[in-house]
Structure formats: C-alpha cells, structure tokens
Write a protein that binds this ligand. Structure first.
Ligand code: COS
Length: 383
C-alpha cells in the first residue's frame, strides 16, 4: 500500500522517492538470498552510503544531509520494509555517529565527514554478557596508561561487530555505577579489539550480532568522547534517538507484512470467494492497518518533538514499545492469514515474524521502555 506521507519539504519527497527506488531496485531482489546465506551485505550498505543515506539527520556542515529526524525515520521505514537488516544497519550507524556529533570536541568532530561520508560503518558497544538491561553495571575496564587507555573486557550482542569501521566503546574508567563510565572511539583493526564468531540468530541472519573481546586494546586518550565519567549519559541520550530508529524499522516491517497479507487475501479463494471477503480476515487486516497508522503517528510525534528541540525521551520509549509490539502482532497475524503458506519459506512472512521478535529486544527491551515510561509517570513528568 502506498503510504500517504506528510513531509515538510519538496526535498524530503524526493528523498523518499530515492529511498523507494533503492529499496525496490537494490534491496528487495537481494534480501531472501542474503538472509538464507547469512551474509552481511556490505556492498549494499556502501550503495546506501554513496546515495547519501548513511548520515541523513546530521548537519550538512558535518557531512550529513541536514534532514529533520521525521524525514530520516520515514526513509528508514521504507528501507526496513524491504530488508530489516539494512534498516537496522542504517539505524545503528546513525546511533554510532551520535556520541562524536553531539559530545565530541572540536577536534573529534573533524572526523564527522569521514564517519558520515558513506564509506564507513559504525558499531555501538554497550551491552555485555552479564549486563544488558542493567547497562550501568558494565564491567569492561579502561585504564589510563600514558597517552592511551588500555581496554579489557567483553561486549555482547554488537551489531556490525565483524564489519564496522569504528566502534563506540562504553567502558569503566572510574568507580561503580553510571558515573564511572566513559565513551571511547576505536578504529577497526585496533590491536586487541577482537570480534568473535557471529551469533546463530532466529532472524536477521544477514546481520547477526557478535561479541567483541577487548584484550589489552590500546585506544588513544584523545579518543575519549565527552568528559571522563560522562559515558552513561552519552549512551542513554544516543539511545533515546536510536530507539526511534528501531520504531521506524518496526513500522516498515509491519507495513510490509500487512501489504503481503492483504494481497494474499485478495488472491486466495475459499468457499468460492477471496478470503479477504470474510469478516474474520477483513477485520483482522483492518485492525492491523489501524495499529500501524497509530505506531507511525506516535513515532513521528516523538521525532517532531526532537526536531523542535523539545524533550522526547518518554515519547521515544512509547514509540519503541508500541511500534515493535505492533510489528510482532502484525507479523504473527500475517502468518495466520496465509495459513500453511505463511509457515513455509515460499513467502517472506515467516521471516518477518522471526525478525519482529528481535525488535522487541534490541536498544532496550520493551520491559525497559515500560520502566522508563513508568518512572516518568511516577515523577509526574509528561515527556
Ligand atoms: N538521557 C540523559 N541522561 C540519562 C538518561 C537519558 N536518557 N537516562 C538516564 N540518565 C542519567 C540519569 O539522569 C542519572 O543521572 P543523575 O544521577 O545525574 O540524575 C544517570 O543517568 C543514571 O540513571 P538511572 O538512575 O535512571 O540509571 P539506571 O541504572 O536505573 O538505568 C535504564 C536506567 C534501565 C533506563 C538504563 O540502564 C537502560 O536504558 N537500560 C537498557 C540499556 C539498553 O537499551 N541496552 C541496549 C543496548 S544497545 S543494542
């Protein structure tokens, strides 16, 4: 279904047109094969970079495209609707550029044109084997030694672990808790930064995460982003924006599943008529369409608050929570609409169903989003 979008500029409509062209021409024909083989589509990501889609919400002076977040998210929705791993790649890369763009020193910000230029890909290393939701308890340690920090520890569930060109490392430089955490930026190939084998995942096999072991990994001290001890705040603030990216991916995935289910319900006949003519199917599809529109409206509201410089953290948590739950529900029901055909690999809905589960977990499980929202409610904060 064509989504009727309200975009702020003519430029934005052109950008969405470009995203749709790339999604149809470059992503849709490749996704099934890459997912089947579990191969990361580095060349496809480069194509996006060359088309200017890897730095959309960052300032043009820094090498980005200067697009409002609401436009960036709708591009992301289109890409994720054809290939979720690609949507996730763009979202994680955008997240990984955030610490330097927002907290970097003047000197560090000079790296931005490279980071945003399209050739490089970022990774965001926060989670650890023993600490995912409780991010403030992370134990990867960085000890100052001369002009370097020496990093030791293990990061887990890292998207692009094996393919990234730069890595944000959230590590402990001080005492326990949130205030002892700092953020370092390391390059691919830094000795002692050792990506491990890819996880054997349920979905998104073309971009399976992996652990990274840091073994006496030396990172120059001038790669400390922000102040010593500011790492947790940087990580959380980056995630506030990043979670909107995941919400957009979820809406794209849900829309793809609905479109497929609608098309199938028009073609498939039983009892002498298309199954979509039965109220049991038609009403299910109507509910899915309504949920998707609500999810899109919620995330765009949060994005517009962000674009205006207003607090958006709680709205972002709601959008991530709602949109990813919608994606899970819509993909589950899409499998049901297709029946046996939905359960086999001839149709993409079984893959979308497996992929939706990941969205309820990454960048803060949906339980963590509820925690963020409920804490704000308890404090009487609206946003
Ligand atoms: N922006 C800016 N500052 C933030 C913030 C945000 N979004 N969230 C928390 N902070 C600050 C707090 O204000 C607090 O600072 P002060 O003590 O100066 O007020 C500090 O950080 C600690 O915050 P808090 O006490 O809320 O930390 P908790 O340990 O309770 O953790 C949650 C909060 C659970 C929300 C956080 O750990 C979280 O988001 N966990 C999920 C992590 C995640 O998303 N992982 C996915 C990895 S990327 S795939």
């Amino acid at each position: 279904m064509t989504v009727d979008r309200l975009l702020p500029t003519d430029d934005a409509y052109q950008l969405l047109g470009l995203a749709e062209e790339i999604a149809d021409g470059e992503l849709a024909p490749r996704v099934a094969d890459f997912e089947e083989r579990g191969e990361f589509p580095r060349e496809v990501v480069r194509t996006l970079g060359r088309s200017g889609l890897l730095g959309l919400p960052y300032a043009e002076d820094d090498g980005g495209a200067g697009q409002p977040y609401e436009v960036y998210l709708q591009v992301l929705e289109v890409l994720a609707g054809r290939w979720l791993a690609i949507g996730e790649a763009v979202s994680v890369h955008t997240l990984s550029c955030y610490p330097v763009a927002v907290f970097g020193s003047e000197r560090q910000r000079k790296m931005l044109p490279d980071l945003l230029g399209g050739d490089l890909l970022g990774a965001y290393c926060l989670s650890e084997p023993a600490g995912g939701s409780d991010a403030a308890s992370l134990t990867t340690k960085a000890v100052r030694d001369g002009d370097d920090y020496v990093v030791n520890g293990t990061k887990a569930w890292i998207t692009h672990a094996r393919h990234a060109d730069f890595y944000n490392i959230f590590c402990r430089t001080g005492g326990p808790g949130a205030t002892g955490i700092s953020c370092l930026l390391a390059d691919r190939g830094t000795p002692g930064l050792v990506p491990q084998a890819a996880e054997r995942t349920m979905g998104l096999r073309s971009s399976a995460p992996a652990q990274i072991v840091f073994d006496d990994c030396r990172v120059p001290a001038d790669r400390l982003i922000g102040d010593d001890g500011a790492g947790f705040r940087i990580a959380m603030q980056a995630l506030d924006a990043g979670r909107l990216g995941i919400a957009a991916c979820a809406v794209g995935l849900a829309q793809a599943a609905l479109d497929h289910a609608v098309a199938y319900s028009r073609e498939r006949t039983q009892f002498g008529r298309p199954i979509g003519d039965f109220q049991g199917i038609g009403f299910t599809l109507a509910d899915q369409a309504t949920r998707i529109s609500a999810a899109r409206a919620l995330l765009l509201h949060a994005a517009r608050l962000k674009d205006r410089g207003r607090p958006f953290r709680i709205e972002a948590a709601k959008a991530k929570l709602f949109a990813t739950d919608v994606a899970m529900k819509v993909t589950t029901e899409a499998v049901q609409v297709l029946g046996g055909a939905g359960y086999v690999r001839d149709h993409p809905v079984e893959r979308w169903f497996r992929e939706a589960k990941m969205l309820q977990i990454v960048e803060g499980t949906n339980q963590i989003q509820r925690l963020v929202i409920s804490r704000a409610l308890a404090k009487g904060a609206a946003q």
